[in-house]
Design a protein around this ligand. Structure first.
Ligand code: NAD
Ligand code: TYD
Length: 358
């Protein structure tokens, strides 16, 4: 099914912005409205190239603002909400969980309720969708030989971040079962690629290597994540939005389980190869083991067979290709990331790592 008037929340963040660019390339005739509060993680610069386009509108605002959300839904005759807006960083959620609950749980509730009222006014028509973007972290932690998470794995969130995402998933599910609102939920593994905020593992390592700073590995570095190139995620979301069955959920993953330490070694090799000048070479000398994250989940792994079987989606980018592209992107786009290393970021860094950020 085609949806021509999209509201994308959190569209100035990492995945949201990649999705907006993806959608504008694929469907240039569609109307796309981004609602984003521009928190520390939101960056209008990522969307600036779209600013002049007649079909694109950016609204700075909070998903908790009922009046604003109602106004956008009605004025823009929205047919699909694609909901990315969230506080997305586990470490920040540990340092201060309030914002996480306010945006991820209360904000999602507000958006759902506004969309439900609006949808009722449209006669509960079928050609509307609410796509909620969630995470594999809601399923908790796996032992080394456990099978990967499926859509029926029980929720067992371990951090304030994952608990707040789990809460929002439950609300979305309830709006389908109780009110028949045509919702879709996706639970995706760790993404990487362009426009990723510097606090997350892969950009943090790339940027620290370029600055000759220590590469902080939590605990023993043996935690496993399943990495997915962000463009593959965007294609999966497009597929779910257009072909997914309302009320269903779909797991999305890269089939790329990698231990953190191995991933950082790979990044170091790529940087040694691709960066013309590095303050420290070989850069793996910068690897530093630091205090573990409290409650650090050991392993995530996604079984993405349902979306492959039912909707025909598969990841196309291998971790080798995706990491190479990502490292090259950070090398080519210092103008994008350098301004993000603000005083606020330095203060966060100091608090989170107890290291001298220089
Ligand atoms: P991000 O932190 O890069 O971006 C979040 C965006 O939401 C920012 O632009 C921010 O300004 C905006 N935002 C925050 N609070 C808001 C509010 N109250 N109102 C309006 N806008 C607000 O996050 P991301 O990595 O792009 O993740 C996007 C979504 O995907 C999140 O819901 C996250 O849980 C989910 N997800 C992320 C990953 C990943 O690896 N990054 C994996 C699976 C799922
Ligand atoms: P992150 O990018 O924060 O994603 P998530 O916690 O949502 O999976 O972290 C990915 C993995 O890397 C996770 O196991 C924590 C680890 N990590 C480090 O070892 N050092 C770091 O500085 C960061 C940010 C993460």
């Amino acid at each position: 099914m085609a949806f021509h008037h999209l509201l994308v929340t959190g569209g100035a963040g990492f995945i949201g912005a990649n999705f907006v660019h993806h959608w504008c390339r694929r469907y240039p005739q569609d109307r796309l409205v981004v609602l984003d509060a521009l928190t520390y993680a939101g960056n209008y610069q990522t969307l600036a190239p779209l600013a002049g386009q007649a079909n694109f509108r950016f609204v700075q605002g909070d998903i908790n603002d009922q009046r604003l959300v109602n106004e956008i839904l009605e004025q823009e005759a929205i047919t699909a909400v694609v909901h990315f807006a969230a506080e997305s960083h586990v470490d920040r959620s540990i340092l201060g969980p309030v914002a996480c609950v306010q945006t991820n749980v209360v904000g999602t509730f507000n958006l759902l309720e506004c969309f439900r009222q609006y949808w009722l006014q449209q006669g509960q028509a079928d050609q509307f969708r609410f796509l909620h973007i969630s995470t594999d972290e809601v399923f908790g932690s796996l032992a080394p030989t456990d099978p990967a998470f499926t859509e029926t794995t029980a929720y067992a969130p371990n951090s304030p971040y994952s608990a707040s995402k789990a809460g929002s998933d439950h609300l979305v599910r309830s709006y389908f079962h109780t009110y028949g609102l045509p919702t879709l939920i996706t639970n995706c593994s760790n993404n990487y690629g362009p426009y990723h905020f510097p606090e997350k593992l892969i950009p943090l390592m790339c940027i620290n290597i370029l600055q000759g700073k220590p590469l902080p590995i939590y605990g023993d570095g043996q935690n496993v994540r399943d990495w997915l190139y962000v463009e593959d995620h965007c294609r999966a979301l497009e597929t779910v939005l257009r072909q997914g069955q309302p009320g269903e959920r779909y797991n999305i993953g890269g089939n790329n389980e990698v231990k953190n330490l191995d991933l950082v070694y790979l990044l170091c090799q790529l940087m040694d190869e691709l960066a013309p000048q590095l303050p420290v070479r070989p850069c793996q000398q910068l690897i530093t083991f630091v205090k573990d994250r409290p409650g650090h989940d050991r392993r995530y792994a996604i079984d993405a067979s349902k979306i492959r079987r039912e909707l025909g989606w598969e990841p196309q980018v291998t971790v080798e290709t995706g990491l190479r592209k990502t490292v090259q992107w950070y090398l080519d786009n210092e103008d994008w990331w350098r301004p993000l290393l603000s005083a606020e970021y330095q203060a966060y860094y100091q608090q989170a790592y107890d290291l001298d950020p220089k």
